[in-house]
Design a protein around this ligand. Structure first.
Ligand SMILES: NC(=O)NCCC(=O)O
Length: 394
């Protein structure tokens, strides 16, 4: 399994394919080509000085007579944890704040309107250890914890909506923990929060030790720049989870994630992109980068030896559009900022072409699902009535 040395699928294709083949391969793998955004050269300089990658693309939509284009720029941030996992908690959090502050500066230079960070961005992804301290100390209030206050300042300074996925401690309900994304308006006000609906119990992603499945449903946040929702990590394997955000009107669904190559890299390019197609919306898939090393050994419940390392977080963040096109991914090994310019008119345009909301048989599914979840449900399997073999010629 490749680690940091294998930079990206895109680089590999570009290196090895003749240009004619490359064009056709990209057409099939990536859909209609996204235009490269003309970002300020100073932004590239600052990104390079700050040792992170910057890429920018635009999705086009057809001109309409009655609606103006609804242009919005989103920024997806992927990053390593700058300090080792055994550094003091407060130092780790503050190093991450500083790192994100620097990346957000560049996002502002690129005209980003909505920025989203990776899942549980203020901490190492320590849930594999199943230890409580010190990891639970990273949890904060979604309403007024230090990270929310930090993001409020960013939002106000840059006139940017900030989506901040954190480990939440809910002091109004017995101080329990949640995997939460806080949505902060460009005014600096906390618009609300949303919680991870599906908790993985797969390999080292055994997060059920820390928090339960989210209880806030599928909220969509009306921002000045469009209607957004957040489907946190493992929720991307659940088509109905995407569907419900879309049914509530989401035009852009962010998918802040933490996932490793050995488990999910072949699923990664498909799932968020398929969700964009199926739901006539934009999706933004964000993954962290690098290898995280934990002080105490843990096992993965697979009969293999205990170890200190999570697998390799392969980055590769990308944006997918409702017409099935997508941006190239950010690198597998570097911190990065992906800027994508979206024309939200494309959502309705694609809905009018494909009509999935019209052809979807939601009533039928709702009726059948309501039956299927009952304890006494008998699956509808049609069987041959008689088990006596029919003799031909009699
Ligand atoms: N963070 C998280 O839910 N990871 C689970 C693994 C995956 O969904 O790829």
């Amino acid at each position: 399994m490749a680690g940091a040395e294998w930079e990206s699928l895109e680089q590999c294709l570009e290196k090895h394919l003749p240009s004619q083949d490359l064009r056709e391969v990209k057409r099939v793998l990536y859909g209609k080509e996204t235009r490269k955004l003309d970002l300020p050269s100073r932004a590239f300089e600052v990104a390079s000085e700050g040792n992170f990658e910057l890429q920018g693309y635009a999705f086009e939509a057809a001109n309409e007579q009655l609606r103006r284009p609804q242009i919005v720029r989103v920024g997806l941030v992927q990053n390593r944890t700058p300090l080792p996992a055994d550094a003091p908690v407060a130092e780790q959090v503050s190093a991450l704040h500083r790192r994100i502050e620097a990346i957000a500066e560049v996002a502002a230079m690129c005209g980003v309107n909505i920025i989203c960070f990776q899942e549980a961005w203020t901490m190492p992804f320590a849930f594999c250890t199943r230890e409580k301290l010190p990891w639970t100390e990273f949890a904060e209030s979604a309403e007024d914890g230090p990270t929310t206050r930090f993001c409020q300042k960013l939002a106000k300074k840059h006139n940017m909506v900030v989506v901040s996925p954190i480990l939440e401690r809910d002091r109004d309900h017995g101080n329990v923990l949640w995997n939460t994304a806080v949505v902060i308006s460009n005014s600096g006000a906390v618009l609300g929060k949303t919680r991870k609906n599906h908790i993985p119990r797969v390999g080292d992603f055994n997060e059920s030790t820390y928090y339960m499945e989210g209880n806030l449903g599928h909220p969509v946040f009306q921002t000045q720049f469009g209607r957004i929702a957040v489907n946190i990590c493992y929720g991307r394997h659940h088509p109905l989870n995407w569907l419900m955000y879309s049914i509530n009107g989401a035009e852009i669904i962010f998918n802040p994630s933490a996932t490793i190559g050995i488990l999910s890299e072949s699923l990664w390019p498909i799932e968020a992109r398929n969700a964009a197609i199926a739901n006539h919306c934009f999706t933004c898939a964000i993954n962290r980068v690098g290898q995280e090393h934990f002080p105490n050994e843990f096992t993965s419940g697979d009969g293999k030896k205990a170890h200190h390392d999570f697998g390799y977080f392969y980055g590769s963040s990308y944006v997918a559009a409702p017409d099935g096109s997508r941006t190239p991914g950010l690198s597998r090994s570097q911190d990065g900022l992906l800027v994508a310019e979206l024309n939200l008119n494309l959502c309705q345009q694609m809905s009018d072409v494909w009509n999935f909301k019209m052809t979807g048989r939601y009533e039928m599914y709702a009726r059948e699902l309501a039956e299927a979840v009952k304890p006494n449900y008998v699956p509808t399997i049609v069987k041959e009535l008689s088990s006596v073999p029919i003799r031909l010629g009699q």
